[in-house]
Write a protein that binds this ligand. Structure first.
Ligand SMILES: Cc1cc2nc3c(=O)[nH]c(=O)nc-3n(C[C@H](O)[C@H](O)[C@H](O)COP(=O)(O)OP(=O)(O)OC[C@H]3O[C@@H](n4cnc5c(N)ncnc54)[C@H](O)[C@@H]3O)c2cc1C
Length: 416
């Protein structure tokens, strides 16, 4: 196999968490990167995002100053009874940083997105600053020549194309993965509260617990679908809530996650929920609602000069809170594989990437689906019993050594 040229000219499709982190990682490891984003970013949305240490450690290594987002450092996971909020379980994260190297951060999605963008474009960072082209919706990729064709008529050719174009990826099918998804049993609201409003109104201030808190009915299966997931971010000033409910309630068909919903819809969906949470719902803002879709694992992660990452290739249920950090692992991996440490050709590097990333992401994807209706499958809670080999453990996720995995797999492939 011919050695690759030293500095690759890389096109990244999609400027979400996966695409921006991949751009940053490739930049740091010596490549020239152009990010193509279909929008202007004006519509960036979101609530909280927990950044487990497998993501946090890699962001640190990439020089991302995560503290600028004023994250909340999570101290506990708290499980509560759905109807009265009584605590039924606590998973203590007290020794998390000591065990895994960095804290378990909870950030606001918009803040981490802005920070990654700033780092990718920063004139002063390591390597050549990435270029960002907005209003560039990629329509087609030529896997052999590396050409991307955009809706606006522009075309660009790259040595490597990173497709990080999200759950509705157009690239996925173009590299040989027919769509394979169906509506899940669940829909979800998300909403925010300002802690100062909570306090001013004398409501229960859950931000003080510095925890991810779950209101759950306690039984896996259809009645396990209902779940409220609450956590503070932005230095505790904002409390974010994800509220899952059975899709049969309204058979919602809308696919985006930016569709407005009302306080009445939110409260009306959970009539028997803990009154303290229902009171908070009455002062909620930025209430959105969407249907969740279950994707089966996709077969092909790379073809020719194209490699896929993030939700574009392993969309998962949000119930392990691991989608973004798995994308961050993908993104770090692609930079590291094409770093000076190795001299892999593009085809070898991409085969190695697929070999390392696919089994791990697929395992997380399957465990995320199980956790949709069974909170006991969520890392932390799942660590209690080691009764099944497919059960995800907090150690395998948060303590993952991605560099060692890459080197081991490269040896097994006979390319190192
Ligand atoms: C309710 C919920 C809670 C979650 N909580 C957590 C959590 O706590 N922790 C965690 O780790 N993960 C969490 N996740 C998962 C996480 O949000 C996603 O896995 C992550 O944001 C995926 O990032 P991405 O960059 O792959 O995709 P996206 O964020 O979807 O980004 C894709 C980007 O590509 C652009 N794009 C799309 N098509 C094109 C095109 N054709 N041309 C150019 N650009 C294009 C889009 O505009 C977008 O900017 C949660 C998800 C949900 C739904």
């Amino acid at each position: 196999m011919p050695e690759r040229k030293q500095n690759l000219n890389v096109g990244v499709i999609g400027g979400g968490i996966a695409g921006l982190t991949a751009a940053l990682s490739l930049r740091k490891f010596g490549h020239e990167v152009t990010i193509y984003e279909r929008y202007h970013y004006a519509g960036e949305v979101g609530a909280s995002l927990s950044c487990a240490s497998n993501g946090g450690r890699l962001l640190k290594e990439l020089g991302v100053p995560l503290l600028e987002t004023r994250p909340v450092i999570l101290k506990k996971l708290i499980k509560r009874q759905f109807d009265n909020g009584e605590i039924t379980g606590v998973y203590d994260l007290g020794d998390y940083e000591e065990s895994f190297g960095v804290p378990y951060y909870n950030v606001h999605r918009i803040d981490i997105h802005e920070l990654l963008l700033k780092c990718a474009l920063d004139e002063n960072g390591e390597g050549v600053p990435c270029k960002l082209l907005v209003d560039h919706k990629a329509l087609n990729v030529d896997t052999e020549s590396g050409k991307i064709s955009f809706e606006n008529g522009h075309e660009a050719t790259h040595d490597l194309i990173v497709a990080a174009d999200g759950i509705r990826s157009l690239t996925r099918e173009q590299i040989g993965n027919p769509p394979d998804f169906k509506p899940s049993t669940s829909c979800c609201f998300r909403c925010l509260f300002n802690t100062k409003d909570v306090v001013a109104k004398g409501l229960t201030d859950f931000s003080k617990n510095e925890a991810i808190e779950y209101w759950w009915r306690g039984t896996p299966g259809p009645s396990g679908i209902d779940k409220i997931v609450m956590s503070p971010c932005k230095g505790g000033e904002v409390i974010s809530c994800y509220c899952f409910y059975p899709a049969v309630k309204n058979d919602l068909r809308i696919g985006g996650w930016n569709d407005e919903a009302s306080v009445e819809e939110l409260c009306g969906t959970f009539p028997d929920l803990d009154a303290k949470v229902l009171d908070l719902f009455k002062i909620a803002y930025d209430i959105k609602q969407w249907r969740l879709y279950v994707h089966q694992p996709y077969e092909h992660w790379q073809k020719g000069k194209v490699v896929m990452m993030g939700d574009a290739i392993h969309p998962m249920m949000p119930d392990q809170s691991l989608g973004a950090v798995t994308a961050i692992e993908d993104a770090f991996a692609i930079g590291y594989i094409f770093s000076d440490r190795f001299k892999f050709s593009v085809p070898d590097g991409l085969r190695l990437y697929e070999r390392v990333r696919k089994p791990r992401a697929t395992r997380i994807q399957a465990a995320s689906l199980r956790a949709r209706e069974n909170l006991n499958e969520r890392i932390g809670w799942s660590s209690k019993d080691n009764d099944r080999p497919d059960k995800l453990t907090i150690t395998e996720i948060c303590g993952y050594d991605i560099k060692a995995d890459i080197e081991e797999q490269a040896k097994q492939m006979g390319i190192l």
